[in-house]
Ligand binder design. Structure first.
Ligand SMILES: [Zn+2]
Length: 182
């Protein structure tokens, strides 16, 4: 039996960043951009709010970019606070690096397994697809999807009954497959 699982976001992840006004280390996207044009140069920030004190943080998206070099479609989306663009930019590695932030996906994703049909078969092949690069503990994911405890999953790995082309310890954030034999 071949099963297809999907790891999908359920809401926007939080942004890991220390707040200067309080001791919090998490911000949430405010849903708004700030765009500032000076002569022909344009700056754009993604605004985030401290989850504890609502202090605003500005995440740089564009810095002193010539207006004419920006696609009109992108400008429209910035001016309209496009939610899809906010989700895209939060997950953009260059934006994360530039602003020295990372994402906290805790409670912001779910695993779709398409039901439990076939998980008790003698041999089950599972293909796991990630709709976003969400780092999840591989053992926890397999345990949740198969209705097993983490201890049981770890035992199956040791016994060679649960095999994969990827390392099953630690976290994973991209597509993989595994086979479960009983
Ligand atoms: Zn704060």
């Amino acid at each position: 039996m071949l099963k297809n699982w999907a790891v999908v976001p359920t809401c926007l992840p939080l942004v890991r960043r220390r707040c200067h006004a309080c001791e919090s280390e998490r911000f949430r996207a405010s849903g708004k951009f700030r765009v500032n044009a000076h002569h022909k140069l344009l700056d754009a920030w993604l605004l985030a709010l401290c989850i504890t004190c609502e202090e605003t943080a500005k995440l740089t998206v564009l810095e002193r970019v010539n207006v004419r070099s920006i696609r009109p479609e992108l400008l429209d989306r910035l001016h309209n606070n496009d939610p899809g663009l906010i989700a895209e930019l939060l997950q953009n590695r260059a934006v994360q690096r530039r602003n020295r932030v990372s994402l906290d996906w805790e409670g912001a994703w779910r695993l779709d397994t398409g039901g439990s049909d076939g998980v008790d078969d003698e041999v089950v092949d599972v293909s796991v697809r990630f709709a976003a690069r969400i780092p999840v503990r591989t053992v926890r994911l397999i345990a949740d999807g198969c209705g097993l405890s983490r201890g049981e999953v770890e035992r199956l790995i040791v016994e060679g009954k649960l095999v994969s082309g990827v390392r099953l310890s630690g976290r994973i954030s991209g597509d993989f497959t595994f086979t479960l034999k009983r």
